[in-house]
Design a protein around this ligand. Structure first.
Ligand code: GTP
Ligand code: MG
Length: 171
């Protein structure tokens, strides 16, 4: 078949938001890991869509590793930013990390697409994607294409919609 276009994707967001769970779910079922553990540093993963081959830098969201993120910004061509929609207490921390990302010199002036997953939509206390979008002030992002989807990293609900959007941005 045709050779797929390779895209470097950064997967960012606070610890425990569900980044690794989501990336794992995007892989073919025979390549999926059974147990997901907190990421140490980062992990490089791959998954395909109909036209793209994504190389993912799945970064640890733990505070002590967040300073690693910026070293991968230059080569990142797209971003997935994952939010735990049920973690109301840390929504402000997620917002601060997003602002730090958006103001970084390697990101600031680039039209890099950002896909937000308002993850853990299955939890009773989860906020809607509209509410998450408001709390993160996403409407202020004017110089980059962005999109937010409610998701469930465990069942995969919402992931396809998001990845389809991302693929459309990169064509
Ligand atoms: P770090 O690697 O530490 O940055 O965390 P992470 O963002 O990669 O989170 P990880 O994928 O390890 O998931 C953290 C926990 O959330 C795990 O217990 C997952 O099973 C759980 N989880 C992930 N997605 C969902 C979801 O949509 N709903 C629910 N209920 N739990 C989820
Ligand atoms: Mg992880």
């Amino acid at each position: 078949g045709l050779k797929k276009k390779e895209v470097h994707l950064l997967c960012l967001g606070l610890d425990n938001s569900g980044k690794t769970t989501i990336i794992n779910k995007l892989k073919p079922s025979n390549a999926q890991a059974q147990d997901i553990v907190p990421t140490i540093g980062f992990s490089v993963e791959k998954f395909k869509t109909s036209s793209l081959l994504f190389t993912v830098f799945d970064m640890s969201g733990q505070g002590r590793y967040r300073n690693l993120w910026e070293h991968y910004y230059k080569e990142g061509q797209a971003i997935i930013f994952v939010i735990d929609s049920s973690d109301k207490l840390r929504m402000i921390v997620a917002k601060e990390e997003l602002e730090t990302l958006l103001s970084h010199p390697d990101i600031k002036h680039r039209r890099i697409p950002i896909l937000f997953f308002a993850n853990k939509m299955d939890l009773r206390e989860a906020l809607s994607s509209v509410k998450v979008s408001q709390l993160l002030s996403l409407e202020n992002i004017k110089d980059k294409p962005w999109h937010i989807c409610a998701s469930n990293g465990i069942t995969g609900e919402g992931l396809q919609e998001g990845v389809d959007w991302l693929q459309d941005q990169i064509q």
